[in-house]
Design a protein around this ligand. Structure first.
Ligand SMILES: C[S@@+](CC[C@H](N)C(=O)[O-])C[C@H]1O[C@@H](n2cnc3c(N)ncnc32)[C@H](O)[C@@H]1O
Length: 261
């Protein structure tokens, strides 16, 4: 039980915070002591269009809104690039909706978005994947996703177990790829397929990177990138992001060549 002195200290600190927020933090400290609240003065929380999008996909009831906003922002960095987009692990299509919206507004013409999912949920977790997930988790039928993305014309569905349908896009280049399959093996296979097909400056996001619920996915990314110049950034609100073939990556390659000469 928290002591009275500590209780008073918590109530009085951060004088600028509304009393209800202080109460929330106090309750949080008691229930989940390691949980870190953040300052709520964030402009994007007040973005009505984005809030409407989150609500439409039921995302306001879950805990991933920061990661959706991050994807929304990262898509701005690639809007000028040629190349298709893809999502590996689609679930109800919430992130694919963001990607399709960005593609429609993109300065680069003819961007098609490709969706890869079993539409039968997760595959069998392997030894690296820990105990959080089970086969069949996060199942969402393809018809539900087709309906959710019906506003968009340039969308292609590739239903099946990863990597079986990757051959459908063997000859395409990509500007943005979202990998979100929770498990080691399909994460590894997705990275191995898309990494060499990225446009310079293209972005790969791995939603599961650095999440303790998906240790295998993090390990798969780290192993894949061990001999590559790019780094996966572990984002503060979860997930990771990687920009492929940037000038920084070229400089790292050059440095590698110089030191091995
Ligand atoms: C966390 S959900 C994806 C969430 C989605 N990216 C979003 O932002 O809303 C994981 C998805 O990965 C799919 N999945 C997992 N393992 C797979 C595999 N081996 N092959 C194909 N799809 C897989 C599941 O069917 C599920 O739809």
């Amino acid at each position: 039980m928290i002591q009275r002195k500590k209780f008073l200290q918590l109530l009085l600190e951060d004088g600028a915070l509304a009393p209800r927020l202080r109460l929330l933090r106090f309750a949080g400290k008691m229930l989940v002591p390691s949980y870190r609240f953040k300052w709520p003065q964030l402009d994007w929380w007040k973005n009505e269009e984005f809030t409407h999008y989150l609500d439409r996909f039921g995302e306001l009831r879950v805990l991933n809104t920061d990661r959706k906003w991050m994807v929304h922002q990262l898509l701005r960095l690639v809007s000028h690039l040629p190349g298709d987009t893809a999502e590996c692990g689609v679930f109800r299509g919430a992130t694919s909706y963001l990607i399709c919206s960005a593609n429609e507004e993109s300065q680069a013409e003819d961007k098609t978005h490709h969706l890869f999912d079993s539409f039968e949920g997760l595959s069998e977790p392997g030894p690296a994947d820990g105990v959080h997930w089970s086969k069949g988790d996060l199942k969402c039928g393809i018809e539900h996703v087709r309906k959710a993305l019906s506003d968009f014309a340039k969308v292609r569905f590739h239903p099946g177990w990863i990597p079986d349908r990757f051959q459908d896009v063997d000859d395409r280049k990509f500007s943005f790829v979202h990998i979100d399959v929770d498990l080691a093996e399909p994460t590894r296979q997705s990275l191995a397929f898309f990494y060499p097909r990225m446009e310079p400056g293209g972005i790969i996001v791995c939603d599961d990177y650095g999440q303790s619920t998906s240790p295998g996915a993090t390990q798969a990314v780290d192993r894949f990138l061990a001999d590559k110049p790019e780094k996966m950034l572990m984002l503060p609100e979860g997930g990771g992001c990687l920009m492929v073939k940037t000038p920084t990556a070229n400089a790292a390659r050059l440095q590698q060549r110089i030191t091995t000469c």
